[in-house]
Write a protein that binds this ligand. Sequence first.
Ligand SMILES: [Zn+2]
Length: 122
Amino acid sequence: MIGLIVGGAALLLVIVGIMAKRSAAPASQRVCGGCRRVMLPVWTKCLFCGWAPGARLEFILGPMANQTLQLTDDVPGDGNYELADLGSTNGVYVNGHKVPKKTLEPGDIIRVGNTEAVFKRD
Ligand SMILES: [Zn+2]
């Protein structure tokens, strides 16, 4: 689908049409990252202060090195982020393995072309 790589970063952003995926993760006690109050499992964000759990990509290699991409759009409380290769030329690698699709875990290293980023969660 993508024939021309104009820069790893741009491609990564396309691929990382990362998608907050609702999941049935077991409910565990969560503490608000803003006001530190306990959040109920059903809350997608803190009802006290509005803080919402987020995730981010920290770029370590490539044209966007040292930049951070916040992934905060519509993040469900216990949702996971799923990385999907939407048809890239050279594939997407996570922790050195080529993957068509992967649910990201903190610390995962994503590589697309010459761009590498680390997935982190709050
Ligand atoms: Zn709060």
